[in-house]
Design a binder for this molecule. Sequence first.
Ligand SMILES: *Cc1c(COP(=O)(O)O)cnc(C)c1O
Length: 234
Amino acid sequence: MTTIFTAWQGVQRRIASAATTSGRTANEITLLAVSKTFPAEAVRELYLCGQREFGENYVSELQAKAHALQDCPDLVWHFIGPLQSNKTRIVAATAAWVHSIDRLKIAERLSEQRPAHLPPLQACIQVNVSGESSKSGVEPGATIELAKAICHLPNLALRGMMCIPDPAANTQQLAAQFRMLRNLQQQLRAEGLPLDTLSMGMSSDLELAIAEGSTLVRVGTAIFGARNTKGQEQ
Ligand SMILES: *Cc1c(COP(=O)(O)O)cnc(C)c1O
């Protein structure tokens, strides 16, 4: 039987081997365990194995699990899902990271609502690298302007960029979409923004993302198993 522990070790081996193949080291790449739809007990089980960074897509789930796991003080919550303005307050109070900022209004609210006793909210801009009109994420051409505006917000620390490529893309197209995010990041760094995070790669494509420079992979299925989506997944 595959336990969460053995699946997690398998993912760590995949990361290490992909890093070696690309001439990188595994400690350059953070594993974010995406626990959406799984209960707080599954998060606790993986936490007890040593995993610390967890990702959630839905504000209500983030809130409920953060509450259930209050006794794990060094557990780090990342919010990676679509964010509406009426939900920013909960995320600002609960998460250490937000990966899905795609407009200034959301960033401004998160900064305003970040509780004073917490460090700045670590932020990534979600970029629409696939060109699909249905996808969330800022257009690549508008990223620089948004990034510069976010840098002026006192309670946000801009760390980098996130993308969700087109799920129908072939390997070559996927690589091109990951490369687009990396190139954008390099452009922003050339403009003086101190960005160190490329949030890209999931269960099915983490090797390719690591080859293209990912510093953080977001992995759900390969750790926790298939999700029972109950119609809430997009
Ligand atoms: C669900 C999700 C993941 C994890 O996807 P898997 O294919 O299960 O690894 C990563 N990133 C985002 C934004 C997600 O919504």
